[in-house]
Design a protein around this ligand. Sequence first.
Ligand code: SF4
Ligand code: SF4
Length: 370
Amino acid sequence: MEYGNRQLLAKEGLQDLILAMQALEYMVIGPKIEQEAIVYEEINSLEDLPRGWTDLQTAGTYRIKRRDDDAYFGYVVGPRSLKHYLHPPRQLVATATRDGQRWEFESIENIEQKYAFLGVRACEIAAMRVQDRVFLQGDYVDPLYAKRRESALIVAVNCTMAAPTCFCTSMQTGPRCTDGYDLALTELAEAFVIEAGSDKGEKILRDLPCSPVTTADLEQARKLQQQAVEQISKTMNPVNLREDLLENLNHDRWEETARRCLSCANCTMVCPTCFCSTVEEVVDLSGDNIERRRTWDSCFDIDFSYQNGSIVRNDIRSRYRQWLTHKLATWHDQFDQSGCVGCGRCITWCPVGIDLTEEVAVIREKKCSE
Ligand code: SF4
Ligand code: SF4
């Protein structure tokens, strides 16, 4: 079915959208200020949104700041991405309970909670697709991810501004949302242009207090979207990137970057596509109840590559190289696509400001064989 019928929704109409999603029993997850950052959190009303706030991002820094208008979505992306909900940092996956002489085992495969995500950017939709490839389209399907993903409602927002850390245009993932959403908004000065991208979105849109969109509204939306494109200054050419990295595994740059890298794992935690996890089993004091818990892990953790009594990647050089070459090179071999969507989070949230686009540029500038 073709969608794309655009309408105009007044700013206060956003409250009707939130109520409509709640009436459909979605937990609405949208942007909210928490600990001086704009993050995805449960929101209950328009009042929760970061109206009139923006974010300032550069390599190693993030600040929020008042805007000189009342925009609801006048910021870029925060440290939390959709993976925080679809593939959460901590997840109970199974339990075992002693019943006399026998044990009862139960796998957690059912999730009742369904999420509606409000304010999702184009690069985040692309990142969700990368995680779909990992969790849904391989030999093993993750039932918990599948359940959450299948029931999720995506209300996208087209970016009208970009941070100096964004490079979605290089990775061809944004800044405009082209598909993968149920509803998409573009925030104008006085209203939103809204359009449906699915049957679910169409049904919600039908009951919202919309008015016809004018040519002037559409022109304003186009100009604002173009503004985001023009603000993107960072680039990383993906052509031959896999070869350029894999042919330079002994480049001096890996060692130089290792001297700056703290191996803190921030880049993997904030990355919307990183998916590694570990599993632990926790027994209570009675010894009768065991929980199997899955938590996010990182290739920067020292014991991540522990195998047969030793650690394979026992220095930061090899851990940083593993992360970057997996993300940008061997991800193609594993999943037929890049593991990077150009959101820039790993650049902003790296405490020492390591920027993967600069790393790639330096390696390309002076290849090992030259
Ligand atoms: S590697 Fe960095 S820029 Fe690329 S998707 Fe992950 S966090 Fe975003
Ligand atoms: S690259 Fe930056 S964020 Fe990633 S582990 Fe090193 S210091 Fe931490």
